[in-house]
Design a protein around this ligand. Structure first.
Ligand code: TYM
Length: 332
């Protein structure tokens, strides 16, 4: 059976982008076809200015939302990154095969570092080494596939490079993983600025649909989405990004095809209305389940406790083997 690993970072409330680009696929497909692990990567949330209490709250909320989205602890392993020491243990060893030039070339590092500097803040060293920790997350489990949105492709590519390099220098220790992306909505764009990603870490904005938004808030955000100056509805990501984004969201929520859907509409108003309703219907069961789970925090805690135990047992032998291979003396 294939091993699958993926994660979400608790730096903000989860969005429709996280759901359509990643979580939905994990619940509908990955957990059924593979031996899958899904992780709330809280160590990664410490790489930018953060509030400790908020990270803790968002970690709990993200775990609850993963379950609300349909991840079933009978089928897959759900856990919190900092509960399993192997991630940090392996990250250090991988830092010894990665180079600083490689890190500085990462697009997300460059964007986030620029944003921090613009705000007058300093850039944490952990932001630079972020992709190495992510590689450790993936490689510690002998992962074959990493289901993610488009924005994570470069990080997974780096993970492959590090795995190959380590294996060549020190002997076969890691499986070389590959990224997989959903057929549509691999990059959901901000409704107010359809040339940039709908991201949870950005400031609250009318262009971001959060998974826990009330139906009326969702409707309002979708109805106010920025479209393009053209009149007809056409699917063209380059020249008509606003309309293409709505068509992709609608397609993802209705199991449709954005090109075919474009033919069915002759006004932006009708497209927006149907998209808004499709999003509301898609989020409805998730929100209902979230409400139930929130009322039962000990259930979620139990899932995370079992998940961490299972994850530890899987990662320990892989990380121990990498320690031996790179030359560290086994404990006596
Ligand atoms: P994060 O928390 O930013 O996002 C979690 C998942 O959601 C996807 N995603 C999107 N997909 C489509 N459209 C969007 N607008 C959108 N926004 C987010 C992301 O691609 C991702 O799949 N570095 C990772 C977390 C991570 C990780 C890992 C992932 C750490 N270690 C190991 C996989 C494997 C991140 O920041 O994801």
């Amino acid at each position: 059976m294939k091993r699958v690993f993926s994660g979400v970072k608790p730096t903000g409330h989860l969005t429709l982008g996280n759901y359509l680009g990643a979580m939905r696929q994990w619940a509908a497909v990955d957990q059924h076809r593979a031996d899958a692990l899904f992780c709330v990567v809280d160590l990664h949330a410490l790489t930018v200015e953060h509030d400790p209490g908020r990270v803790r709250r968002l970690s709990r909320q993200s775990a609850t939302l993963l379950l609300a989205a349909g991840l079933d602890p009978e089928l897959c392993t759900v856990f919190v990154q900092s509960h399993v020491d192997e991630h940090a243990r392996l990250s250090y060893v991988l830092e010894c095969v990665a180079t600083d030039g490689e890190m500085r070339r990462m697009i997300q590092y460059r964007e986030k570092a620029a944003r921090e500097r613009e705000r007058g803040g300093s850039v944490r060293l952990s932001l630079l080494t972020y992709p190495v920790l992510m590689a450790a997350d993936i490689l510690a489990y002998g992962t074959d596939e990493v289901p993610v949105g488009d924005d994570q492709a470069q990080h997974v590519e780096l993970t492959r490079d590090l795995a190959v390099r380590f294996n060549q220098r020190y002997g076969q220790a890691f499986v070389v993983p590959r990224a997989t992306h959903p057929p549509v909505a691999a990059r959901v764009m901000n409704l107010q600025d359809p040339t940039s990603k709908m991201g949870k870490s950005e400031d609250v904005g009318p262009g971001i649909v959060y998974l826990l938004d009330e139906p009326d808030a969702v409707r309002k955000k979708v109805m106010r989405a920025v479209t393009d100056s053209g009149r007809d509805v056409a699917y063209d990501r380059e020249r008509r990004p606003g309309v293409a984004n709505l068509l992709e969201i609608l397609a993802a929520c209705t199991q449709g095809d954005p090109r075919v859907l474009a033919e069915a509409y002759d006004s932006y108003g009708a497209l927006k209305k149907d998209t808004a309703e499709a999003v509301v219907e898609t989020l409805r069961p998730l929100q209902a389940r979230h409400k139930e789970l929130r009322a039962d925090p000990s259930y979620v805690e139990g899932v995370l406790r079992d998940g961490a135990e299972r994850a530890r047992a899987m990662a320990r032998p892989v990380v121990d083997a990498a320690y031996r291979a790179i030359g560290l003396l086994p404990p006596v």
